[in-house]
Design a protein around this ligand. Sequence first.
Ligand SMILES: [Zn+2]
Length: 143
Amino acid sequence: MKATIAKDFHWEMGHRLPYHDGGCQNIHGHSYTMRVEVSGEIDTRGMVIDYFDLKAAVMPIVDKLDHSFLCSDSDSALVEFFNNNPMKVNVVSFHSTAENIALMILTEITPIIREFPNVETLSVRLHETTRTFAEVSVNLRKV
Ligand SMILES: [Zn+2]
């Protein structure tokens, strides 16, 4: 018998999209919420994966992002600012859209979740606001 389980995560983070024509070009932040969902066969313990193990796989990246600024390496004005004003910043090689952040997190946790043999699919749904989200997923058993 298969099942789908999920755990929700939350953090605060600043960002901007320097190329954006609207308000997103300005420095601002979001209360990000994220649902990490896994599906697969239920094992003899009655679990697809222990929620404890799911949390342990995800929390390092959440802790790294929480109360930080996510800065694209193409945003030269802010890269220079953070070089001169050290604070919690994560410089990344992509624009900090919900799609790209979700993909970064999926990429980070996939090798860890892959070690749990019953998990077949892994999804990351990232809410930037209560009304918008991006979702990415991977089939872990596909060669
Ligand atoms: Zn934003």
